[in-house]
Write a protein that binds this ligand. Sequence first.
Ligand SMILES: CC[C@H](C)[C@H](NC(=O)[C@H](C)NC(=O)[C@@H](CCSC)NC[C@@H](N)Cc1ccccc1)C(=O)O
Length: 329
Amino acid sequence: QTGSANTNPSDSADDEYITSVSIGTPAQVLPLDFDTGSSDLWVFSSETPKSSASGHVTYSPSKSSTAKKLSGSTWSIKYGDKSSSSGDVYTDVVTIGGFSVKTQAVESATKVSTQFVQDTLISGLVGLGFDIGNQVSPRPQKTWFSNAASSLAEPLFTADLRHQETGSYNFGFIDTSLAKGTIGYTPADGSEGYWGFTATGYSVGGAKLNRNSITGIADTGTTLLLLPDNIVDAYYNNVESAEYDDSQEGVVFDCSEDLPSFSFGVGGQTITISGDLLNLTPIEEGSSTCFGGLQSSSDIGTNIFGDVALKAALVVFDLGNERLGWAQK
Ligand SMILES: CC[C@H](C)[C@H](NC(=O)[C@H](C)NC(=O)[C@@H](CCSC)NC[C@@H](N)Cc1ccccc1)C(=O)O
């Protein structure tokens, strides 16, 4: 069996990617953010305070004949951007891309931080990280993919995120036609719940790859490419007008700049992110100052290959072989 779901950028800056998920009987369809950087499936629900839930699509377990309360279970999550959410837990049928998991832990939010309240485009997250990262207590729950893996044709999924166009999450099969290059594989370290891996080097503007290990995570739920300061500086030294903007908390530059590409080595392949993918968006509507897609990871302490990097590749999250595959798109 397999599954295939379309995913769409949330806005003109590709801030996040939205995928429709069906929960319950009859199906309640919610727009969710698939997140390989966390391991909990949580949703805005009938239990979310009305003031917080306004503008959001919500899940009502009481309207689902297959919903069951997981009594005594609670959850609470903090994210790297200081956002957070918490609540209690139900199990219900969850269908993604035509594939159904009958008894999936659906974490219902009784509290959500302002970032989530304000982001009315999504009704929650689908964690696609490793089960060890799940935050339900007293008994941690499995992710949707972990529950699905044993019934899928192959225990893997792929992410094909695209700039300002529809992409896909495919489960149980690899559609190699989505990529131009060969898939290079590298071991994945799931010990912290993330899809951790080590890139073998980087280069700016198509130059030869500098060989140096960059350990980080492949995180579909993070917008940016967050790397060490020395690499960020090496890149922006090629951008005349680049400067750090305190209010924006990142490097900005003239929108008219012709940005160099950025490449990294992984699994024997070189993935090149074109310059236009590295110009994320004007800092405000109509501004001629733009915000960079490559920023420093020093505040968070972990290098994150977020959507800016993932958009350049077809990425294979191969649980069966504990490895990540990358192919140039
Ligand atoms: C501050 C909390 C730290 C980062 C840590 N939390 C995590 O690592 C969580 C699971 N993952 C995350 O905070 C990050 C990875 C951080 S690497 C240290 N990924 C998920 C994030 N993009 C989800 C999201 C999506 C849309 C809007 C907001 C947030 C913890 O619980 O200790």
